[in-house]
Design a protein around this ligand. Sequence first.
Ligand code: GDP
Length: 330
Amino acid sequence: MLATDDALLRDGVLARERRALAKTITLIESTRDDHQVHARAVLGALLPHTGRSLRIGITGVPGVGKSTFIEAFGLQLIEQGSRVAVLAVDPTSSLSGGSILGDKTRMEHLSTHASAFVRPSPAGGALGGVAARTREAMLACEAAGFDIVIVETVGVGQSETAVAGMTDVFVLLQLPNAGDELQSMKKGVVELADIVVINKADIDARAAESARGNAANALMMLRPSSPHWSPPVLLASALTGAGIDALWRKIDEYRTAMQAHGEFDAKRKRQALAWMWQIIDESLRGRFRAHARVQQELTKIAAAVASGETSASAAAARLLALYATDEPAR
Ligand code: GDP
């Protein structure tokens, strides 16, 4: 049985009320234990109504044009009759307290459109927490009837992996400057991409074309993640709108190819299981660290490992044994 407030939120989200959706996401993002209890209850009630959206991940370095691009792309999708939600995973918000993606003036037209819902990244907390909350916010948006959920992330580190792990198709935006594709190669982001887009192609067509060639060559060196898809490289301009519809056609092609081979659902199942294990790992680690006997011994044993007196494996075995002896079987 849901508490009255939770039932109201569930009904509001299902009735596509923005206020109810925003309040639900605020609960999801809250670090207060009592809020988390309500968030879980509401999410549980919404879960049967999720899973019907297309989940698109978009990444790229700051300045590549993500927000300009998503604004143009989102408005086009709305014109075609879709409802579009945009969420963000921003690792910089947890480091600096401020946020590269949180800037209110981003996506000015999209964020005020009746068929769109734009939510900046939750501030604070470790990336794992921010990513988990974004994933849950995505489910709430799906229950609120958004056909397309775009999850945006800044290309600076582990956040791309987190976003690729929660979306159906992952799009990498690149700048047309020589050398940039190599930068991303190093970070392994290209490996995650299902589609690469060279943005700002309006500035210098030749440079853009040569960047496209370089990126295509880089992609050819990688093993494709599916035998049924080779990631294409597109040229676009978020500023003029050129190439935006071509991206949508590619995304549709990708979805059709994956669905034809059962890979679309298989990927979602893998993602859901990976998420479950991540939650288990994190909560076990939290319980381990909070365990009284472990806490008593941890500093001493950690110092012994640091000084070379005890091996890491012996120390881990000792601490895990302390944890296991007192842990009641559940
Ligand atoms: P983000 O940091 O990746 O979100 O990048 P923004 O969307 O804020 O864009 C950074 C700057 O690049 C802004 O001044 C945009 O107007 C500009 N910009 C974005 N896309 C294009 C494009 O396709 N062509 C040109 N010429 N400028 C662009």
